[in-house]
Design a protein around this ligand. Structure first.
Ligand SMILES: [Zn+2]
Length: 137
C-alpha cells in the first residue's frame, strides 16, 4: 500500500470492506495494529457457532461492561449476563424458543417472556448512564 490516507473512527465498531486482494488485512493487521495496539481486530475467521455470541462477548468487551454495571449498581456481575443469573427464566437467555415439530422442520419463535431481550426483569432493572444492560448487545 502506497500513499494511502484513511480515517478510522475510535471507540465504535467499524468495518473495513473491499474486494479480495485489495489489502484490507495487510492494512488492519499491519500498519493499523502497530499504530493502535489496544484495538480489537476481528478478522474473517469463524467466531464459532454459539447462539450466545455477540460482538461484545466475542471481543471480550462485555466482561468490562458487566464489571461496570456491577460496580455502579453494587450487584453481582453475573446478573448482567444472559448466560448466568441475568438470563430470562423461560428461554434461558436465548431470546427464542425452539419447538420441535413431529412431522415438519422445527420452529423458532421469539420468547414471549422477555420479547427476545434475553435478560430477566431483575437484570433489566439496573442501569448505567441511563441505559440498561440491553444497550450492550
Ligand atoms: Zn426469554
Amino acid at each position: 500500500m502506497k500513499s494511502l490516507n484513511i480515517t478510522i473512527p475510535k471507540n465504535i465498531l467499524t468495518t473495513v470492506s473491499g474486494v479480495a486482494g485489495s489489502g484490507k488485512t495487510s492494512l488492519i493487521r499491519g500498519d493499523f495494529a502497530e499504530q493502535y495496539p489496544g484495538s480489537i481486530v476481528i478478522d474473517q475467521s469463524p467466531i464459532g457457532t454459539s447462539i450466545h455470541s455477540t460482538p461484545t462477548t466475542y471481543t471480550g468487551v462485555m466482561d468490562e461492561i458487566r464489571e461496570v454495571f456491577s460496580k455502579v449498581n453494587k450487584f453481582a456481575a453475573s446478573w448482567f449476563s444472559f448466560n448466568s443469573k441475568g438470563a430470562c427464566p423461560v428461554c434461558k437467555g436465548k431470546g427464542k424458543i425452539k419447538y420441535d415439530m413431529a412431522f415438519a422442520d422445527s420452529v423458532e419463535v421469539i420468547c414471549e417472556e422477555c420479547n427476545g431481550r434475553r435478560y430477566n426483569e431483575t437484570a433489566l432493572g439496573y442501569s448505567y448512564n441511563g441505559k440498561n444492560i440491553l444497550a450492550a448487545l
